[in-house]
Design a protein around this ligand. Structure first.
Ligand code: C5P
Length: 225
């Protein structure tokens, strides 16, 4: 099976967690913080040619982290997630035709089976990229500025985008370069340049730890994986 590189952006401030320091360093499970948990889980899957983490240049916590020795720490995070990913990809100095998966530090519960399905899809060679996503289970409403429902939309047409998201390194760098302020994930930058991107079903347990309640849920999911 194809062996992509893995880049984990971890340079966010995580203000919605309201803990006074970046959420990736919040204590998580088994004496590991959130970042350590994600990096160790992904590294131990043995699916990647290399694993690198992007943190900000002034990050005061990363030196106190226990990460696998093989993991590279890139101190080049930016103001936006797209900028952190872009800087990290450039720092990796990979060839254009190599694949990279980008995965949020804040998603510790991702399933190995789902990542394998994603890599297998890239390996088929018929798409420019692939992302994990989950079906939407709630009924979806378009709501106006006054907080009133305008319309119910067909949820079958929608997916909740997750990570990892995988693309060719140089194609992703080029697509992100013009969208450093606007792209909230790699796929949105690649869509804008007309890329053909496969969507791979992934369990809803691959949540992004964003608010305090998410941390409780993620810890519960981790116990049952
Ligand atoms: O803020 P959000 O939860 O969307 O961040 C998703 C991931 O991107 C997190 O792992 C976060 O640390 C990372 N990020 C980053 N640089 C930023 C903002 C977010 O690496 N400027």
């Amino acid at each position: 099976m194809l062996k992509p590189h893995l880049l984990i952006p971890a340079a966010g401030v995580g203000s919605r967690m309201k803990i006074g320091y970046p959420k990736q360093y919040m204590p998580f499970v088994d004496d590991r913080n959130l970042l350590e948990t994600t990096v160790w889980r992904l590294s131990e899957m043995s699916l990647f040619a290399s694993v690198a983490v992007v943190v900000s240049a002034d990050d005061a916590y990363i030196d106190h982290c226990d990460l696998p020795q093989s993991v590279r720490v890139l101190r080049c995070g930016g103001k936006t997630r797209a900028q952190s990913v872009y800087n990290g990809l450039k720092a990796l100095e990979l060839k254009g035709d190599e694949w990279v998966l980008v995965h949020d530090a804040a998603r510790p519960c991702v399933s190995k089976q789902a990542i394998c399905r994603l890599i297998e899809r890239l390996d088929l060679g018929d798409v420019d990229g692939a992302i994990l996503a989950s079906p939407v289970v709630d009924t979806l409403k378009i709501v106006n500025e006054a907080g009133l429902i305008e319309q119910t939309v067909n949820r079958e047409l929608y997916r909740s985008a997750q990570t990892p998201q995988g693309f060719h390194v140089q194609a992703l760098i080029r697509a992100l370069a013009d969208r450093l302020q606007t792209a909230t994930d790699e796929a949105s930058a690649m869509e804008a340049v007309g890329a053909k991107i496969a969507v791979i079903d992934s369990p809803v347990s691959n949540i992004k730890v964003t608010h305090p309640d998410d941390a409780l849920l993620a810890k519960f999911f981790l116990q049952s994986i």
